[in-house]
Every structure is written in C-alpha cells, then in structure tokens.
Write a protein that binds this ligand. Structure first.
Ligand SMILES: [Fe+2]
Length: 242
C-alpha cells in the first residue's frame, strides 16, 4: 500500500496539484492541517481537497481563518493595502468553505500495513517537538481508536513546523513530519529551497520527497495582491521567481 502524507498546504494550489499529480498512484492521501493562510489560493485548495476526499485535521491557520471570518465586520472596511494574508484568504472563501474548515477534526487515526497512525497538526505547544517517550504516549493516548493497545506499532503524524523529519522514540514508536507542501520556515534562513515537501509510506517504509513545481502563477498573483508590504515581501520570498 502506498500512502501519501502531506501537510501545511497554505493556499498554494500549484504545489498541491503538482504533488497529487506526481503521486497519482497513491492508495490513500492524508493531510496534517494548515490548508489555508499565507498563500493566495485558499478556495482552490479547499475545492481540490474536497474533490479528492482527502482526510485532513485542523491546523492553527485553519482555525485563524475561521476566527477572522467570524469577526469580519470588525475589519471589512480595512484599506486593501493594510490587509494581511488572513484577510485576503477570508475574502476569497464563501460560507461553505469556512464551514468546511471549521468542521475539520483535531485528530484522526487509521491503520495501514500493520501500523497504527495518529495524526494531528501539532506535536506540542508552539514549535516544541515530541522528545520523550512519556510525551509521545500522552499524545498517542489522546486518540480515539478503541482497539489500540500499547503493544501495537504507533506512528504519529504531525505538521506545523514545516520541517521534514522522522523521529524514533523506540523501535515501534515514531513521529513523522512530512514537511510543508508550500514553503520552508521563514526563520530557516539557510534553506533557500522552495520545493514542495511531502512523504510517502510504501508498504510501511517511510520515504522523503522534494518536488520542484511551477511557482510562477503563485508568485505573480502574490506580487499583485493588495497586502501590507511586510506580508507581501514575505510572500514574494516564499514563492520567489528564481
Ligand atoms: Fe503551517
């Protein structure tokens, strides 16, 4: 069985479409959250995720867009050049899209090739990582699967940090972060790659992937968006033309 693991799409439809095309033979796809915010095409991303029926958990940016949609009256008269990504994303979405984001579960679980998977957006508070086995077990036991036991192989899927990693805490206990489909962490100044990152799990074996894709539409659209200069500069750096 081939599983495609994606996370942190951040309204980047070009990257998402490229990854799904490159891994079209995947038997299942799962997304660890942050479908929207910090990219220009939230509606297209939600449409494609819904069309493909991709199970997703809710990320902090999904929650943020829902919160700003609910408080829209407070900022709707804001000048276009003062707007942030979150305002642009809310304006691009309709009530059905917001309801979809709002209904995303906090976590979900599945079994594949003998491994038990528990997926949620964050591993810990802020950008902390799961470092200790008791932390892992606490995270794991927050899940819902009724037939899970501690003897079964446990794999946690998290996103949020936009840093690809596989972290073993025991032979049969690990967490994976598939990286961001859209962009690298802005604080990671040395990493200039703008490729899409994701993982596949083929018959239980975890594989890292980086995919170069056509960013021109995302870059040009970002360049022309009415956004506050600081956010536009970040967007242009993330999706830069070179
Ligand atoms: Fe994210």
């Amino acid at each position: 069985m081939k599983i495609l693991l994606i996370s942190d799409i951040h309204s980047n439809i070009q990257a998402l479409a490229a990854v799904l095309t490159a891994e079209a033979d995947a038997d299942a796809v799962y997304c660890a959250g942050d479908l929207v915010d910090y990219g220009p095409f939230p509606r297209e991303v939600i449409d494609l995720v819904r069309e493909r029926n991709i199970p997703c958990v809710s990320g902090n940016h999904d929650e943020r867009v829902v919160a700003f949609a609910r408080s829209r009256e407070a900022w709707v008269d804001m000048r276009p050049q003062d707007r942030h990504w979150v305002h642009q994303n809310v304006e691009a979405l309709d009530a059905g899209d917001i309801a979809f984001l709002d209904a995303l579960p906090e976590s979900l679980e599945f079994i594949a090739d003998g491994h038990y998977y528990h997926m949620r957006h964050r591993g810990a508070e802020g950008y902390e990582l799961i470092q200790l086995l008791p932390e892992f077990e606490a995270h794991w036991s927050a899940g819902q699967s009724p037939d899970r036991t501690h003897e079964q192989t446990a794999r946690v899927i998290i996103g949020h940090t936009h840093i690809q990693a596989v972290h073993y805490l025991a032979d049969d206990r690990l967490w994976v972060n598939p990286g961001s489909v859209s962009y690298r962490p802005t604080r990671q100044d040395l990493d200039v790659s703008r490729d899409a990152e994701y993982m596949t799990v083929v018959d239980g074996e975890i594989r890292f992937h980086r995919l170069s894709y056509d960013r021109r539409k995302t870059y040009l659209f970002t360049r022309n968006l009415p956004l506050v200069d600081s956010e536009k500069r970040v967007g242009q750096r993330l999706f830069g033309g070179t």
